[in-house]
Design a protein around this ligand. Structure first.
Ligand code: 0GY
Length: 305
């Protein structure tokens, strides 16, 4: 009993995902995943916009092993606000196999920032998705950047395609590397060669230190998974978008499961199927190695080189 009531209609993560048919290269990183609570131990934030099911670090590490992955990047979810305790707990328990992305306020004490860094945090997340957070004043975001820059951290940004035009100049003025979640959430019913996605690619071209997660096909897809696993390609409408990004920006793309998949209302993906999609979006062994191993290691474990 956590004392928290899940948001009505909340879909829990799949407890029994399939074994992927695709074997990931050794050392593969899930560069976008979360932990939720458990609420009894790490209470959800009063300002949250949703209340999830529990999804503990042990559940996450079990999934990592089941999928054949080696490491995780655990991203602070909005349901925990700026209390990064659950993420830090996961990082500390991982034996160096997890790094983190935190949410911090501009007035965070120095000692706390240092503690986050020592635990394995390497970035902060700025979330511009209106259903998830109240908008933060730009000045606050600037102040956060100033605080984290000395640690060599980056900023992970989550926005929807329709908001890129408004955000572009602000994002490009942030003087640390950027990592864009979920390809900037394109509308995949549109043309992958059309003006909207071209504007996103153009944003990536604007600076060589803007990274992109080719994640969340299950969230972006309008056609969903195949009726039968593996036939035809799962979430196939997302593939041309992800492939364009992987092929043009092969040295700064990242992949992640997005487990435990918050706020999906229609269907919960089989994480094995998400792994099986990798060869569709990264068609050669070289591209797959960059996407799953080389790039995330360079960004999150540079000392391992
Ligand atoms: C994701 C996507 C979502 C949620 C969050 O922090 C969050 O609450 O990121 C979403 O609802 O689209 O990346 O997990």
């Amino acid at each position: 009993m956590t004392g928290f009531e899940k948001t009505p209609g909340w879909l829990d993560w799949q407890a029994d995902p399939g074994h992927p048919r695709f074997r990931v290269p050794e050392g593969a990183v899930d560069a976008h995943c979360h932990v939720f609570g458990p609420g009894a131990e790490f209470p959800f934030a009063p300002e949250r916009k949703y209340t999830p099911c529990d999804a503990s670090k042990d559940d996450l590490f079990r999934l990592r092993d089941h999928l054949g992955l080696a490491r995780n990047v655990v991203v602070q979810a909005t349901c925990h606000g700026a209390d990064n305790s659950a993420v830090v707990d996961a990082l500390r328990a991982s034996g160096g196999l997890a790094r983190g992305v935190a949410t911090v306020r501009p007035d965070i004490p120095d000692a706390e920032l240092r503690e986050l860094h020592e635990a394995g945090v390497r970035g902060v997340r700025f979330n511009f998705v209106k259903r998830l957070v109240d908008a933060a004043p730009r000045q606050d975001l600037w102040d956060v950047v100033e605080r984290i820059a000395p640690y060599g951290w980056h900023v992970v940004v989550y926005f929807e395609a329709a908001d890129l035009a408004d955000l572009r100049d602000f994002l490009l003025s942030i003087p640390v590397p950027l990592v864009v979640d979920h390809m900037g959430r394109p509308d995949v019913t549109k043309d992958p060669d059309g003006p909207e996605f071209e504007a996103f690619l153009d944003f990536l071209r604007a600076r060589p230190d803007i990274w992109c997660k080719v994640s969340c096909p299950e969230r972006l897809s309008a056609v969903g998974p195949p009726a039968l696993r593996g036939e035809p390609a799962p979430y196939r409408d997302v593939v041309p978008f992800a492939r364009r990004v992987v092929e043009e920006f092969s040295d700064r793309v990242l992949w992640g499961t997005d487990w435990p998949h918050p706020n999906l209302t229609h269907h919960m993906p089989d994480d094995g199927l998400l792994v099986d999609m990798v060869p569709d979006i990264a068609p050669t062994p070289e591209l797959r190695r960059r996407l799953l191993v080389d790039n995330p290691m360079r960004l999150y474990w540079p000392e391992a080189d």
